[in-house]
Design a protein around this ligand. Structure first.
Ligand SMILES: C[S@@+](CC[C@H](N)C(=O)[O-])C[C@H]1O[C@@H](n2cnc3c(N)ncnc32)[C@H](O)[C@@H]1O
Length: 252
């Protein structure tokens, strides 16, 4: 999954690949976005939790704190290792309830069912439409009767600035980064993370392509895939963004 190309003097690599994973974790590890709302929604349905696209565990540890078994599924081997390393530092009562699975959320088969499947951080936007159809099929196969699929999406609101924006952010390590967002068309943005470098350090940037998926589009897709959307919750965000948590279950 890691693609590396060289343009002028800056190397471009996958945001979730071996090098990008550490940078992604550095800038997101203190981010509490979605945690309160996802935990509230998860509490409403009993049973074991399957978290898709778990990354280095930003949401995973908050879900484990609910006292339930959590299976964290993640495509990037580098992020799976980061998650496992972080879990190893936690008390046994917590880490023994965690299972980390390196797999693709569009093609996994765990051979068991869960009370809740969580797909947070708008990670559904990383998958194209055929992939999302496969994703919904896998989720339905892994949900226990009455189980819930919780997914979030963050899409541009009317009046959202098009083009390219850059902001400076600081990672938990104290390292500075430049975070860019470039809309290639109204339906797609490229997120770029450039670590600040000192003299003699290699210049590198990490990128990820994110689709713009408004909640209404996702709700229609879920409907076509045999789900019923039970609740839709607007989540707080900065102006220019619509941020929504959808709670769905397989139609009976
Ligand atoms: C926006 S990050 C979210 C990570 C984590 N949930 C968080 O909140 O920090 C998206 C994650 O989705 C993972 N991912 C992308 N495509 C995937 C796929 N097809 N299957 C599983 N994980 C995938 C990436 O590797 C990355 O860890």
């Amino acid at each position: 999954m890691t693609t590396t190309t060289r343009t002028s003097d800056i190397r471009t690599a996958d945001l979730y690949g071996p090098q990008g994973a550490a940078a992604y974790h550095d800038i997101t590890t203190r981010d509490t976005d979605e945690i309160v709302d996802l935990r509230r929604a998860v509490r409403r349905t009993p049973g074991e939790i399957l978290e898709l696209a778990a990354g280095a565990g930003r949401l995973t540890f908050a879900l484990l704190a609910l006292g339930r078994e959590v299976t964290a599924l993640e495509l990037s081997g580098a992020l799976c290792r980061l998650l496992a390393d972080r879990a190893a530092l936690t008390p046994a009562a917590l880490r023994t309830r965690l299972t980390v699975v390196e797999a693709d959320m569009t093609s996994f088969a765990l051979g068991r069912r869960f009370g809740v499947v969580v797909l947070g951080t708008t990670s559904v936007s990383l998958v194209d439409e055929p992939g999302r159809r496969e994703l919904y099929r896998r989720v339905a196969e892994h949900l226990a009767p009455g189980g819930r699929f919780l997914l979030t999406t963050r899409s541009r609101a009317a009046g959202h600035p098009a083009g390219e924006t850059w902001t400076r952010v600081e990672g938990a390590s104290g390292r500075g980064y430049h975070l860019g967002e470039q809309w290639t068309d109204p339906g797609t943005r490229v997120v770029t993370l450039r670590p600040e470098t000192g003299p003699g350090e290699e210049r590198v940037e990490f990128t990820s392509v994110v689709r713009n998926l408004p909640a209404e589009s996702l709700a229609s897709e879920l409907d076509r895939a045999g789900f019923v959307v039970r609740t839709r919750t607007d989540l707080p965000d900065v102006p220019g963004w619509d941020h929504v948590l959808l709670e769905a279950e397989v139609a009976s």
